[in-house]
Write a protein that binds this ligand. Structure first.
Ligand code: IVH
Length: 670
């Protein structure tokens, strides 16, 4: 097989496995095998960039960040649906339709109403071409690049009637509960306000201007309308849903054709009972006339069609007393306020507690203990307090300043909404932190998993990670579940962990915002834990390296300036844990531009500034913003301005973009 044939085959394979995984939820291969296919494809694309077309799976996140979305006019307006809340209203709908259609025979389709964001997508010649939000119904935002990141959406049609055809689909972009929780955790970890629900999170994600960021959000889609010629798409909506499925679009399995309001009610009840077990939010059902031709006969009102309605599920709301507000401290120290409620029955379960998110949310809702509040349960499982009961005046609540568990002061970095406990020995965080410290990517301590950590902490043998190294045979051999052999093994595992590389130790300390990647950068740059602790007095030193933004610097400064954390570090040092090598690590010295200070100015044509900066950082350089006598050289793009003048004045070397590109190429060859 030639390389180009293999490339085409790889694209086919990836398309196939995307479909199995994202559409059918029935993968045929594991993650590793899938990653290997992608890697092989990317390797070929690196060698033959001219082979890449918009249909390559790599181009799903290939779009460049934009400044704003372009407005597009919909080919057909995107209407909304009239809502109904009772079977009587549904019967009214049935009656109206019957009257308008006279003697015509018709049926209904029933589908779940997905609680997400409506989008429309054009396919030209069977190829994904343009996608837009609903906007005001007539015009929306062009979000083509963002929609490409949804892997369940085929970039081209390879089976079914729509091959090589022009058509439009409509569907709902949504987030599955598990992905929503992940996004919420990530946001809370970095101090951002969480999204109120999966729909807001999906809408917010579609509005991001950088498709790479959108790609990380794991958006999904259910497709529910096919707008196309009757000749191939058929004359019934139900036939079109089948065709969409053959064309490999994600179509819900639970749609149904029914004949009357009674059967609609049955469908509605059945779906409502499934609601809790569906892994994404639905808020009702959509009832549509099945015969496409009759849709035209029925026509529309100003905003909604006469051929479809939504029949919503009953709101899952209840009113109860907010007895008190307590505060939970998570592994990372994030403090979450929790409403302790007078127990109340809601959608089949008794609710005693509900999240209050953060201080801002409590203020916004004017909540205070003792008042009657509204609680709501959306499709997701966690109940929320969404407001005060009618006529209850806003109250005032003084948010605690100290950790409810260890009583140390809480901190809240500027611009963030979450208060945190940053005391490494706080008991609330202790177990989580210890498990993290001992985990594979950190100190990789064999024999020290969750159960053992809990056992040791419950026996007061560990009050911070430093204590792990003062465990001995006498202390542990008698513990329940421990024997001679397991005690020895654990001690061996602990001993072996003292030799882990510095980046593992940094990661293991569990400093907020310092993940494995940042830990690697820090270890490479500073070589020794003490050097990092020293660098934090000069934050500008830290900020000048890749991946380290002001938030991370703030978190490092905070960590290394707390006496309790320093005690832990001393315990680790005394135990002989590897802190690295005092002088710059060898690796750093081998970097060709190690320690050089570089300024980039003017606009570059071949790469973005960010790309240029990160290329320089990889070679060990420090990219700084202003020219001084300590600058080693300046990279000048087009229209460079005053920095170049200053560099000339100071006699600093100036290189132009083409020279710079050559320099990068030379380094690549090394
Ligand atoms: S059909 C004119 N089908 O509900 C009718 N809409 O309140 C076009 N939605 O804007 C929409 N699930 O965002 C249709 N199975 C479904 C749906 C659905 C959710 C949303 C859609 C629409 C809104 C109307």
């Amino acid at each position: 097989m030639t390389e180009s044939e293999r490339y085409k085959e790889l694209i086919h394979l990836i398309e196939h496995h995307d479909w199995r995984y994202y559409v059918l939820a029935d993968p045929e291969i594991g993650d590793e095998e899938y990653d290997a296919l992608n890697r092989e494809m990317l390797e070929i694309e690196k060698l033959h960039p001219d082979w890449i077309t918009p249909l390559s799976p790599s181009m799903r996140v290939g779009g460049r960040p934009s400044d704003e979305f372009v407005t597009v006019t919909h080919v057909q307006p995107m209407m909304s649906l009239a809502n109904t809340y009772s079977i009587q209203e549904v019967e009214g709908f049935e009656k109206r339709v019957k009257q308008l259609l006279d003697e015509e025979i018709f049926t209904f389709t029933c589908e779940p109403k997905i609680d997400g964001v409506a989008v429309s997508i054009q396919y030209k010649n069977g190829i994904f071409s343009k996608g837009a939000t609903r906007g005001d119904g007539l015009q929306g935002d062009d979000i083509t690049e963002n929609l490409r990141t949804i892997r369940g959406l085929p970039l081209r049609i390879i089976s079914g009637a729509g091959k090589s055809k022009d058509f439009e689909i409509r569907g709902e972009v949504y987030l599955a509960h598990e992905d929503f929780s992940q996004i919420s955790r990530d946001r809370e970890d970095s101090g951002m306000a969480p999204f109120a629900n999966p729909r807001n999170a999906a809408a917010g994600s579609l509005k991001l201007l950088n498709p790479k960021e959108v790609g990380k959000r794991r958006l999904r889609i259910w497709v529910y309308e096919l707008i196309a010629a009757d000749e191939w798409a058929g004359t019934k909506h139900s036939a079109r849903l089948n065709i969409l499925e053959e064309m490999r679009f994600p179509v819900v399995k639970t749609w149904k054709v029914v004949g009357n309001a009674e059967q609609i009610e049955e469908y509605w009840k059945e779906l409502d009972s499934l609601r809790e077990s569906i892994p994404y939010d639905i808020d009702g059902i959509v009832i549509k006339i099945n015969e496409i031709k009759l849709r035209e006969t029925l026509g529309t009102t100003a905003k909604t069609p006469r051929w479809a309605i939504a029949y919503k599920f009953r709101a899952r709301k209840a009113i109860t007393r907010l007895i008190s507000i307590t505060h939970q401290v998570g592994r990372t120290g994030a403090v979450t306020p929790v409403g302790e409620l007078e127990p109340v029955l809601l959608a089949g379960s008794t609710i005693r507690r509900a999240t209050l998110h953060n201080e801002e949310e409590i203020k916004r809702l004017g909540l205070a203990p003792g008042m009657d509040v509204i609680i709501e349960k959306a499709g997701d499982v966690i109940p929320k307090v969404t407001g005060r009961s009618e006529n209850v005046p806003a109250g005032k609540y003084n948010y605690p300043e100290f950790c409810p568990v260890c009583k140390e002061p809480l901190v809240k970095p500027e611009e963030e909404v979450i208060w945190r406990c940053v005391n490494i020995s706080c008991q609330a965080m202790l177990k989580g932190r210890l498990i993290h410290f001992a985990s594979r990517q950190a100190m990789d301590i064999e024999g020290l998993g969750q159960q053992t950590v809990e056992l040791l902490a419950d026996h007061d043998l560990l009050s911070d990670p430093g204590d792990i190294y003062s465990l001995n045979y006498v202390k542990i051999a008698h513990l329940p579940g421990f024997g001679d052999l397991s005690a020895r093994k654990l001690l061996q595992g602990i001993e072996a962990s003292k030799q882990r590389p510095l980046n593992h130790l940094i990661f293991g300390l569990g400093i907020r915002l310092v993940g494995a990647g940042v830990a690697r950068t820090l270890s490479k740059r500073y070589g020794h834990l003490d050097e990092i602790a020293d660098a934090i007095v000069k934050p500008e030193l830290l900020e000048s390296i890749g991946e380290i933004g002001p938030k991370i610097v703030g978190s490092l400064v905070d960590f290394f300036s707390r006496p309790k954390n320093l005690v832990v570090i001393e315990k680790l040092r005394n135990a002989g844990v590897n802190f690295g090598i005092k002088e710059r690590s060898e690796e750093t010295n081998q970097e060709p531009l190690a320690g050089k200070r570089v300024v980039i100015t003017g606009s570059l044509t071949d790469m973005t500034r960010e790309e240029a900066s990160s290329a320089l950082r990889e070679l060990g350089a420090r990219v700084v913003s202003s020219v001084s006598s300590r600058t080693d050289f300046v990279v000048a793009g087009e229209l460079p301005g005053s920095k170049v003048e200053k560099a000339k004045h100071l006699g600093i070397k100036i290189i132009e973009e083409n020279e710079f590109v050559e320099l990068l190429k030379d380094q690549d060859k090394r």
